[in-house]
Structure formats: structure tokens, C-alpha cells
Design a protein around this ligand. Structure first.
Ligand SMILES: C[S@@+](CC[C@H](N)C(=O)[O-])C[C@H]1O[C@@H](n2cnc3c(N)ncnc32)[C@H](O)[C@@H]1O
Length: 307
């Protein structure tokens, strides 16, 4: 079940004849629901993972030309739209991070729960894989990404343990990395959270350049909306959510004049308004039915009207 589905459909204000872009189509749960709203809604769907896109194609096959799918990074959304013959869309959805399919497929190397090669690339054509990060980054660089992308308190100790262990033998599997991290002193399970959670998150973000991708795509996405079109973003951890929150605020308060100036001289105009002053989160029922939804936050931005 796609995360925050009802809320996404409501906030995107899906309308008859509308065209929507799903930048993270994944297994196409959200996309299929958008297509199901009216008999003539259309979707342009992007995913950088070719394997998951095959699942999406199979699922949306019945919709024919109403669903056009592209194996692209969402930063290439304008190119996809040009190819689909359109200049603007009524709404854009970004459901960030990894899909259940990627997490549950051991050979993709995303999860400490399934043994597999240390890969973590969403797009297998990318050159940097988790194995390169773990075996080739210096201790300082490893520590830095564990702090920046994992907010990991034991970053220094984990980086040292990785460097020590890889001297004995290169670290090639998720299981071995998970064991190395779990054995670091002070890495006991906190509530039900596995000790390697933050390390895996940090390496995955580094491998897929995830945070830069979000920074870059948000202003680009707003420019591709029709007036009053909406951008809906679901994030799954505080690093992603912070970027979304700040970018939305910047686009709403565009003026860059020093606060002391009596009037605006920069001429920057707001690009729209933040619809969600506080993020929308899954209700208790959804959290119980789908534990992965627990950390989800939905934020929505509306492009300004033309007048
Ligand atoms: C949480 S899943 C989306 C699930 C989807 N909404 C559904 O209902 O099935 C996130 C998807 O975004 C893709 N993804 C992540 N970053 C991307 C990027 N920069 N460009 C394109 N796709 C990306 C991942 O490959 C993954 O399939």
C-alpha cells in the first residue's frame, strides 16, 4: 500500500483531464491511484531504477498511453516532459528514498536484514557502489558521511572498525558490514532500531547522491507546474524533511533584502505558497498496518497563480 495515499490524492487535487508527474514512480502504487481517479487523468512517471520500472510498466500496462514511463533521474523531469510533448503539469509527486521492493531484494544490497553484495545503487549503471565507499574511503571521509547522512553518534568508532576490518579482508556483503557495525562498543539496539540502521542510511545517501538530488529538483519542479499546480513531497527522515521544509520556505519568502530595509528592492517575488504549515503524517491505522510509514512526512507547495 503506498504511503499517505489518500492524503496525496487530496493534496494534489487530482482533477478530470489532469496531467501529473510522479518523479519516483517505484512500484507505481501512487501512480495507479492517480490514474484511477478519472478515466482521463494521465501520468508521466520517472524512476532511476530500471528493475523497478519494469514492475511499474507491467502494473500500468492497462492504461496504455495514459501512463508514460521513463528510466530517468527525477532531475531530468523536464526532458521527460518534452519527450511526452508537454510543457507543464497539474501536479508533481516525489515519494523519496528507497522502495520496499529495493529493500526486500537481497541482491540489491540495501538492507542489513537480507544478505547480499554491498551495492545500494538505485541505478546499476552508476559507477559508485556501497562496496567502493566502504573499502576505499578514508577513515575521515567515512566518519564524515556517517555524521552528515546518518547523524550517527558513534561515527568515529564505526569508521575505525570498518578500516580495521577491511585490512583483514575487503568488506563485500551487507551481512558482514552489519556485523562489524553491531560489534562496535556502545552500539546496542535502541528500542527496536537495528544498530546498523544509520550506517546503512548514510552509505545509501552517499551512493545515490540523494540529498543533492532533492535540493536540485524542488525549484525545478515548481517551474514545471501550471499556475496553482501542486508539488507534494513525502520524506522519510529528518535530513530529507529539513531540505524540503527550507526549500518551500525559501520559495514562499523569496525576498532577499536585508530585514532593516523599509521596502523590498530585490524584486524577487514569491513562487507560491506552502500549503502544509506542518507536515502531514500517517494516522495510527496506517502506521500499524505499514510500520515503514511511521517516519513519513508529507509537505505540499502550491505554485502561485498568474495574476
Ligand atoms: C519510496 S519509492 C516510491 C514508491 C511509489 N510511490 C509507489 O507507490 O510504489 C522511491 C522510488 O524513488 C526512486 N528514486 C529515488 N531517487 C530517485 C531519483 N533521484 N530519480 C528517480 N527516481 C528516484 C527509487 O528508485 C524508488 O523506486
Amino acid at each position: 500500500m503506498p504511503v499517505l495515499l489518500e492524503e496525496v490524492l487530496r493534496e494534489l487535487q487530482v482533477r478530470q483531464g489532469g496531467l501529473y508527474l510522479d518523479g519516483t514512480v517505484g512500484a507505481a502504487g501512487h501512480s495507479e491511484a492517480i490514474l484511477g481517479c478519472f478515466s482521463d487523468t494521465r501520468i508521466i512517471g520517472l524512476d532511476k531504477d530500471p528493475e523497478i520500472l519494469m514492475l511499474a510498466r507491467a502494473r500500468l500496462d492497462n492504461y496504455g498511453r495514459r501512463a508514460q514511463l521513463y528510466n530517468m533521474d527525477f532531475r531530468q523531469m523536464e526532458t521527460a516532459m518534452k519527450d511526452a510533448g508537454c510543457g507543464e503539469v497539474n501536479g508533481i509527486l516525489l515519494d523519496l528514498g528507497v522502495s520496499s521492493f529495493q529493500l526486500d531484494t537481497g541482491k540489491r544490497g540495501f538492507s542489513f536484514s537480507h544478505d547480499g553484495p554491498l551495492d545500494m545503487r538505485m541505478n546499476p549503471a552508476d559507477t559508485l557502489a556501497a562496496e567502493d565507499v566502504v573499502n576505499n574511503y578514508s577513515r575521515e571521509d567515512l566518519k564524515d558521511i556517517l555524521i552528515r547522512y546518518g547523524e550517527e553518534r558513534q561515527a568515529g568508532r564505526i569508521a575505525s572498525a570498518i578500516v580495521r576490518e577491511r585490512k583483514i579482508e575487503p568488506i563485500r556483503t551487507t551481512k558482514r558490514l552489519s556485523k562489524i557495525v553491531s560489534a562496535v562498543p556502545g552500539m546496542g539496539r535502541v528500542r527496536s532500531i537495528h544498530p546498523a540502521t544509520r550506517t546503512f542510511q548514510a552509505i545509501r545517501i552517499e551512493v545515490n547522491d540523494e540529498l543533492n538530488a532533492i535540493e536540485e529538483v524542488l525549484p525545478m519542479a515548481v517551474d514545471l507546474l501550471t499556475p496553482e499546480g501542486r508539488l507534494a513531497v513525502i520524506s522519510f527522515h529528518s535530513l530529507e524533511d529539513r531540505i524540503v521544509k527550507r526549500a518551500f520556505r525559501r520559495m514562499e519568502n523569496a525576498c532577499v533584502c536585508p530585514p532593516k530595509l523599509p521596502m523590498c528592492i530585490c524584486g524577487e517575488v514569491p513562487r507560491g505558497r506552502v500549503v502544509t504549515k506542518r507536515p502531514i503524517t500517517p494516522d495510527r491505522r496506517e502506521q500499524e498496518e505499514n510500520p515503514r510509514s511511521r517516519s513519513a512526512k508529507l509537505r505540499v507547495f502550491e505554485r502561485r497563480s498568474t495574476e
